[in-house]
Design a protein around this ligand. Structure first.
Ligand SMILES: Cc1cc2nc3c(=O)[nH]c(=O)nc-3n(C[C@H](O)[C@H](O)[C@H](O)COP(=O)(O)O)c2cc1C
Ligand code: SF4
Ligand code: SF4
Ligand code: FES
Length: 595
């Protein structure tokens, strides 16, 4: 049945944490109370991508894009927009458009985006299989089951040139082909939804917004490689994604799209969910398989690769969520359609979680080859609070920084490696002039040291040694010899660590040294932190010429380190100061500076 209006409410984790469930419930209640429940359908979708503006409510057919909506706005939205046909201007994204709302495609955040993976996110109810089917869902599976041989499926992926989105960019068709060709009756398909990079939430959002796209692809993979059982390994911290996957799996089984004799084809395939406990290392494929088997999640030497000897010793094809989410579109539209998108090195699109000091944080899907400048400035709206751009960390704790000079480098797997970073899974953390590059490296190093499984010495000892050196440097005790030592340890880790966690742990330090050598020198030689972040290297000073003696800082200081009479310049006792920065943030007269 067609409705006069469709109200789409973002039900992604970001918006749900800002009470979008209440908005959804209130909208349903208001439609009923105001007598339009039969004319309006209220739908809870996945993430719209523009999380900065959440909670988001979109009303069709007008395409009105309401942002930062509150539960109490539901009454007005129904009374004004639905009943009187008048947009609620104060809630529109573009409030200057008094008569007509800007179409979503006209919003700059979306303009350079191209959605394959996120095609259904923010558009359908992920808990309603009919909505997925209405948007070509399960057509690719039907095609794969009835019209294609396993070889043809693999060939289509080869033509597409799809590379794994979990970080390494390994050609997907090759992995499927290896597993297919490995001898054995029993084989497995595994979806890696562990997603442990700080700042990353691409896979979570895909599963929350469009779980069937992954289930469909895993089933196609099963047909291609000759597997009848799949596992989704997902961290327990993703309860909404888990719930939506469970609902989707139940509905798929009811529709005969999962389980025995799928669509009467004679092909059996089912999927089980396995929960991870949130260890970053369990995203590494061999550790993940160990964890599924019930062992402690520790990486294993490769070869043998999982494609030959994986889960319970059987050939196993393991792919990332985003990799799988591309598959149905490739089967439907053809590999040739897909391979025209992107660059020669990397085809298709990439989803990035854009966070940090950016005006428009959110989930962004762009064709490979898009430059960082386009992502940060055109889509991301530039740096928040008018600050100056410093760098972007891609590849999470395994990656590195991209600086101003490389803002115009087209982003693809090869391009990022050339400039000393890596694609990783898609976390993109933007830094501004207030971020200290040594401090950022220390943050990532801390993360990797915490997450190291401790199995091999280069990672276990090397990571700690690097962290110890960065601690020294940020406390003003570093020496220039420390830089040589960093390089030696990094080399040993790259050569000797068993898995990519240990091999890439030094990357944030190395890329900081490469692009910001003067900042390391300032810490080591001048004993200064130019960004004013490293507490041991800074002092807070009150300028008597600017201080009007309002006493605001003294009242905020938690340790009573500020003294001075009312209306007289104040003074900081540097020996007592614990460098909390509260006074600096409080002073309205710019009288306090960091030295
Ligand atoms: C420490 C570590 C963590 C990883 N975490 C993930 C992860 O969370 N998700 C993921 O898909 N791949 C992760 N990977 C990469 C996987 O080992 C594997 O390459 C990937 O799942 C393969 O899928 P793809 O070919 O589709 O990219 C990680 C690798 C390492 C070394
Ligand atoms: S490199 Fe680190 S995380 Fe990987 S196996 Fe060795 S100790 Fe464990
Ligand atoms: S930085 Fe914190 S501790 Fe130091 S003077 Fe200011 S408010 Fe007091
Ligand atoms: S979670 Fe709502 S827009 Fe991202």
């Amino acid at each position: 049945m067609a409705f006069r209006n469709y109200i789409l409410v973002c039900g992604g984790t970001g918006c749900e944490s800002s009470r979008s469930e209440e908005i959804y419930q209130n909208l349903i209640k208001e439609c009923e109370a105001q007598g339009v429940k039969d004319e309006v359908q209220v739908i809870k979708t996945g993430c719209f991508g523009f999380c900065e503006q959440g909670p988001i409510v979109k009303i069709l057919p007008e395409d009105a894009f309401y942002v930062k909506v509150k539960p109490e706005d539901a009454k007005e939205l129904v009374a004004e927009h639905i009943i009187k046909g008048r947009e609620v201007t104060r809630l529109l994204y573009d409030k200057n458009q008094s008569k007509r709302n800007t179409k979503v495609e006209d919003i700059q955040f979306y303009q350079k985006q191209f959605r394959i993976v996120l095609r259904n996110c923010g558009k359908i109810d992920p808990e309603n299989i009919d909505e997925y089917i209405a948007r070509d869902g399960y057509e690719a599976l039907e095609k794969a089951l009835f019209e294609m041989t396993p070889e043809q499926i693999v060939d289509e992926l080869k033509t597409a040139g799809l590379r794994g989105r979990g970080g390494a960019g390994f050609p997907t068709w090759m992995k499927w082909n290896f597993t297919k060709s490995s001898p054995g009756e029993i084989k497995y398909v595994v979806c890696n939804a562990d997603e442990g990079d700080p700042g990353a939430y691409m896979d979570r959002s895909t599963l929350e917004g469009d779980p069937h796209s992954v289930l469909e692809a895993m089933t196609i993979c099963g047909k291609a490689i000759g597997a009848h059982q799949g596992f989704i390994y997902i961290r327990a911290e993703y309860p909404l994604a888990i719930h939506r996957l469970e609902v989707a799996m139940k509905q798929s089984r009811e529709y005969g799209l999962l389980g025995k004799d799928i669509l009467g084809s004679g092909f059996d395939f089912d999927i089980e969910i396995r929960l991870g406990a949130g260890a970053f290392v369990c995203g590494e494929e061999t550790a993940l398989l160990q964890s599924i088997e019930g062992h402690r999640g520790m990486p294993q030497p490769r070869p043998p690769f999982p494609a030959v000897k994986g889960l319970w010793g059987k050939p196993t094809c393991i792919n990332n969520v985003e990799t799988f989410a591309n598959v149905a579109v490739i089967i439907n539209k053809g590999g040739n359609w897909f391979n025209k998108i992107g660059t020669d090195d990397s085809h298709g699109t990439k989803v990035f979680a854009l966070t940090g000091k950016i005006a428009n944080s959110g989930l962004v899907e762009v064709p490979m080859g898009t430059t960082l400048r386009e992502i940060v400035f055109d889509i991301g709206g530039g740096i928040a609070n008018g600050k100056k751009f410093k760098a972007v960390q891609t590849g999470g704790p395994s990656g590195g920084v991209i600086t101003e000079e490389n803002l115009d480098t087209p982003i693809d797997f090869g391009g990022l490696i050339k400039i000393g970073s890596m694609m990783g899974s898609g976390g993109m953390i933007v830094m501004d002039e207030d971020d200290c590059i040594v401090d950022v490296a220390k943050f990532y190093l801390n993360f990797s040291v915490d997450e190291s499984c401790g199995k091999c010495a280069p990672c276990r000892i090397g990571g700690r040694s690097l962290l110890h050196i960065l601690d020294k440097i940020t406390c003003g005790n570093g020496t220039l010899e420390d830089i040589d030592t960093i390089h030696k340890i990094a080399h040993a880790m790259q050569k000797g660590a068993l898995c990519a966690l240990g091999q890439t742990t030094p990357n944030p330090v190395l890329s900081g040294l490469r692009y910001f050598p003067e900042e390391y020198r300032a810490h080591i030689v001048d004993k200064k932190c130019p960004a004013g972040k490293c507490k041991k290297l800074i002092t807070y000073v009150i300028d008597p010429a600017k201080c009007i003696g309002c006493t605001a800082c003294a009242r905020k200081c938690p340790v009573g380190a500020i003294s001075g009479e009312r209306k007289q310049p104040h003074k900081i006792n540097t020996a007592a100061c614990i460098k909390c920065g509260a006074c600096y943030a409080t002073c309205k007269f710019g009288a306090i500076s960091i030295h």
